[in-house]
Design a binder for this molecule. Structure first.
Ligand code: SF4
Ligand code: SF4
Ligand code: SF4
Length: 582
């Protein structure tokens, strides 16, 4: 591609034709602020915080969506530009509740950071009427508080274009414009799939998870309770970001240490549940292959994908694997087999999970997720909520030395760890299927075709005498594209993995928020995924069937995958949802 040379603040800068002024500035190590801009997704130039002066143009120009042209002269920090940005911020604050002290996003709010940067020292420069709003608390996983919304439309773009759902959009006109669900419905009465991707992209505190931190602290402080905690693979790849560590830092050991200091009675690892899921799912797949059951088998570890399937493809729910997610399996085992082993009344157990996910808050209340007559999991907290708990408890996270998880539900194999990355469930299941079909462990590098961040990937493998065609999709828009292929008969896969968040759980809706000044130029998913691949590679046990705790569980309690007891504890059912069934 040809390059174009422009002058930026008086210095020559050469960039590929088609670049925007924003990209040109970035390549010259100059930051231009953005709020509404999401590369390739929301390039609407609506917030006008990215304005710059272009020689010859009367008005200020939005840098995020204006392409460079030969000999263009751009100025990014003239007094006129700086004053315009400050005024934009003051106008945004004029319709904002400015309740920063009690806001979850205090310290991570992109609006707050810009106000600091541009010297906005009074919140009431343009005081006047504010758009009326009431928080929407109807959804199980999140709260929308439009008194903090700046109408950037990032959430709408991700829900509509990436997730293909459109549970939210602009309503009202002029001063009454607001982002909400159609027909003034509460989000909890729409086909929202609880993925939390809207929260992950919101620059302010307008969207937050429904927090259960206080209930968990209460349980920890209750001497009558035995409070267990489990952590999903992807949490160890991101929690460090909340404490200033670089994106892509593995904090597995510090995570276990912090949880112990918070007062949890046992620190368990959800990757144990992931290995257990692989054992059950591989048995299910091979049984359906040999006995003529519904194919393809589609993974059901991701609750936002499950809800999406139930809403949009109810006729396909019979294809879903009946295996519970690793979170639910871990909870069910802890409240039955583990409780029996250590002699604790399961009624005293409170199971808390730390997840990269907001949909897990929905999953724990689903029907048929209560194997022992009580919920398998009592509270599902996000990575962000855990970071807040650690801070509230005064724990110096970065200074902690690493500790191990507790037996017998401790860190799983490399295969279990892969569940946090897109393609990981497929890869782990393939390793298991290969062993079952050939009697030999598969070389770990064999299934790398299912790795990657593309929306949909596919691969065909021959394992013994069995040919297996596999597809992987992440992001619900990609899931829709794949399901349309399957429905139309254009695809003949035997196994499909679908994760609701683009890139899988490492990019979950409950992960630490990364400002778009970084996300527009760095793919955080790659760095977090690399952590899990490194843990897999460094683990001497890379196959789920090698997990000693899982082997002991089958030997002492469950007999074998797919047994009657395994089914009653570890499998679930689905709902064919009608339009009004949420
Ligand atoms: S949680 Fe997901 S589906 Fe629901 S509104 Fe947000 S982006 Fe849309
Ligand atoms: S809720 Fe957040 S992401 Fe959505 S429009 Fe408002 S500020 Fe933007
Ligand atoms: S991909 Fe992972 S984080 Fe995202 S909704 Fe599914 S389970 Fe949750």
């Amino acid at each position: 591609m040809d390059n174009i040379t422009i002058k930026l603040n008086g210095r020559a800068v050469s960039v590929p034709a088609g670049s925007t002024i924003l990209e040109a500035a970035r390549s010259a190590a100059i930051d231009i602020p953005t709020l509404c801009y999401m590369k390739g997704l929301n390039e609407i130039g609506a917030c006008r915080i990215c304005v710059v002066e272009v020689k010859g143009a009367k008005s200020l120009i939005t840098a995020c969506n204006y392409p460079v042209s030969p000999n263009m002269e751009v100025f990014t920090r003239t007094p006129r530009v700086l004053e315009a940005r400050k005024k934009t911020l003051q106008l945004l604050l004029s319709n904002h509740n400015c309740d920063c002290l009690s806001c979850n996003r205090n310290g991570t709010c992109e609006l707050q950071a810009l106000c600091r940067q541009y010297g906005v020292d009074a919140v009431d420069r343009y005081a006047g009427a504010k758009t009326p709003s009431q928080p929407d608390e109807t959804a199980p996983h999140m709260i929308r508080d439009n008194s903090k919304c700046i109408l950037c439309h990032r959430c709408v773009a991700v829900c509509t274009q990436v997730q293909s759902i459109g549970a939210i959009g602009a309503n009202g006109r002029g001063f009454n414009t607001n982002v909400s669900s159609p027909f003034k419905l509460g989000l909890g009465t729409t086909n929202c799939c609880h993925c939390g991707q809207c929260i992950a992209v919101c620059p302010t505190g307008a969207l937050t998870e429904k927090s259960q931190i206080d209930q968990v602290f209460d349980a920890i402080n209750d001497p009558g309770k035995v409070v267990l905690v489990q952590t999903a693979p992807a949490v160890r790849a991101s929690l460090g970001e909340a404490f200033g560590l670089p994106i892509g830092t593995d904090v597995q050991g510090k995570l276990a240490a912090a949880l112990r200091r918070l007062g949890f009675d046992r620190v368990f690892d959800t990757s144990f549940g992931a290995d257990l899921n692989v054992m059950e799912a591989a048995a299910e797949l091979l049984a359906r292959l040999h006995d003529g059951g519904k194919l393809p088998v589609i993974s059901a570890c991701c609750p936002s994908w499950v809800k999406f399937c139930e809403h949009f493809y109810p006729e396909m729910t019979e294809h879903l694997s009946t295996c519970k997610s690793p979170q639910q399996m871990t909870g069910a085992v802890a409240k039955s087999c583990w409780a029996e082993k250590v002699g604790i009344d399961p009624q005293r157990i409170v199971m808390v999970s730390i997840m990269p996910c907001t949909a897990k808050k929905f999953e724990i209340h689903r029907p048929d997720e209560a194997a022992n007559g009580m919920p398998d999991v009592d509270y599902a907290l996000t990575t962000r909520e855990l970071a807040r708990m650690i801070r509230r408890a005064g724990i110096r996270f970065c200074d902690l030395a690493g500790e191990a998880y507790d037996t017998p539900i401790r860190a799983g194999t490399g295969a279990g760890m892969l569940f946090g990355a897109a393609g990981g469930i497929a890869e782990a299941t393939l390793r298991m299927a290969a062993y079952t079909l050939t009697g030999q462990p598969a070389p770990a590098a064999d299934f790398s075709q299912v790795r990657g961040l593309d929306g949909v990937r596919q691969a065909t493998y021959t394992l013994g005498e069995q040919q297996l065609k596999v597809a992987v999709a992440s992001g619900l828009g990609s899931a829709r594209a794949l399901m349309e292929q399957v429905k139309s008969g254009k695809a003949d896969y035997q196994f499909i993995e679908i994760m609701g968040c683009p890139g899988g759980c490492v990019n979950g809706g409950g992960q630490p928020q990364v400002p778009y000044t970084i996300r527009n130029f760095t793919d955080v998913r790659e760095a977090r995924t690399a952590v899990l691949y490194a843990i897999d590679k460094g683990n001497p046990l890379r196959n789920s069937y090698e997990n000693p705790d899982v082997k002991a569980l089958y030997k002492n309690y469950l007999s074998k995958p797919g047994s009657y007891r395994a089914h009653s504890l570890l499998h679930t059912t689905y709902i064919k949802r009608r339009r009004n069934e949420y």
